[in-house]
Write a protein that binds this ligand. Structure first.
Ligand code: PEP
Ligand code: MN
Length: 315
């Protein structure tokens, strides 16, 4: 018994010592290229982290779907969408009140009025809210209404924003920049965690390549790479990744198969009338059928995960 305890203690201290030198702990297959991001790196002691929002666990066993319009446009639009996506099984409502647009002449979002509409939708449906914050001066205000703070692709390297999010008291979903490597993404995640906020969710939303058939190129390998080197949950945004409505459900399937922890999907009551990203937004019917379509893949994944875990998982 005594020897047993000593052995346990020796093992625990070995694990502890190893976790302190993260470079020893990260998968050697990656040549230590991610090893300086100690707070977000997967270690023996921290193989996986779960980000909790109320009773929702992101990065746990449940596949979490976040859905809603690109931008908040009106109360009716948001409430109708919230009710429809909740009925289909989404747990979190998305919707931008502050929109990072590539043109100064495009719709820039409803601002605080949009935040109020989102919060009303939470009251009515019980869905949690994710919405984008673009500037550090808006962090306090957005955190009053949002359950998860979204950092958009264009803001992934806004370091003063990331630093401010370290003390916002809300989980952060960090989108990969359009031309960011996975190393860049993890560096930005480390920024938020080292500023005091451990609740970071990574998001693959497609990157810029020479291909023009799709809006961006969905880096499907990003999911297993991130799941191998980092303990943080990984969400896929198939809408921005592909930019074409008809292709969103098949990318969502791919996200399930490669091990994503969930999805961020754009849905609109009338995509043809949307103020932004209508071409990639699903109708309610299309969202419902996408959710039904994912079911067998989620079932298969559960079975496959058991043997995958037995064979060492993402390690
Ligand atoms: C969005 O989610 O609507 C958005 C602007 O996404 P991204 O930052 O990935 O372009
Ligand atoms: Mn959008």
């Amino acid at each position: 018994m005594f020897i047993g305890h000593r052995l346990q203690f020796a093992l625990a201290t070995t694990v502890q010592a190893r976790s302190e030198t993260v470079a020893d702990n990260v998968n050697s297959r990656w040549n230590g290229q991610f090893s300086c991001y100690d707070l977000v790196a997967k270690t023996v002691l921290r193989p996986r982290s779960v980000v909790r929002v109320g009773d929702i666990a992101i990065g746990g066993d449940e596949f979490i779907v976040m859905a809603g319009p690109c931008a908040v446009e009106s109360e009716r639009q948001v409430l109708d969408t919230a009710m429809s996506v909740a009925m289909a099984g989404a747990r979190i409502l998305r919707g931008g009140a502050y929109k990072p647009r590539s043109s100064p002449y495009s719709f820039q979002g409803m601002g605080v009025e949009g935040l109020k509409i989102l919060s009303k939708a939470r009251e009515v449906t019980g869905l949690a809210i994710i919405t984008e914050v673009m500037s550090e001066t808006d962090v306090e205000l957005v955190a009053e209404y949002a359950d998860i703070m979204q950092v958009g692709a264009r803001s992934m390297e806004n370091f003063s924003l990331l630093e401010r999010l370290g003390t916002c008291g809300r989980p952060v979903l960090l989108k990969r920049g359009m031309t960011a490597t996975l190393e860049d993404l993890l560096r930005s995640a480390q920024f938020i965690v080292s500023s005091g906020n451990p609740d970071v969710i990574l998001c693959e939303r497609g990157i810029r390549t020479f291909e023009t058939a799709t809006r961006n190129t969905f880096d499907v390998a990003a999911v297993p790479v991130l799941k191998t080197v980092s303990h943080l949950p990984v969400i896929v945004d198939p809408s921005h990744a592909v930019g074409v409505r008809a292709l969103v459900p098949v990318l969502a399937r791919a996200a399930v198969v490669v091990g994503a922890d969930g999805l961020l999907v754009e849905v609109h009551p009338r995509p043809d009338k949307a103020f932004s990203d209508g071409e990639q937004s699903l109708t309610f019917d299309q969202f419902h059928s996408m959710m039904r379509d994912l079911d067998p893949y989620l079932g298969l994944r559960q079975q496959a995960d058991r043997s995958f875990a037995a064979a060492g998982g993402f390690d």
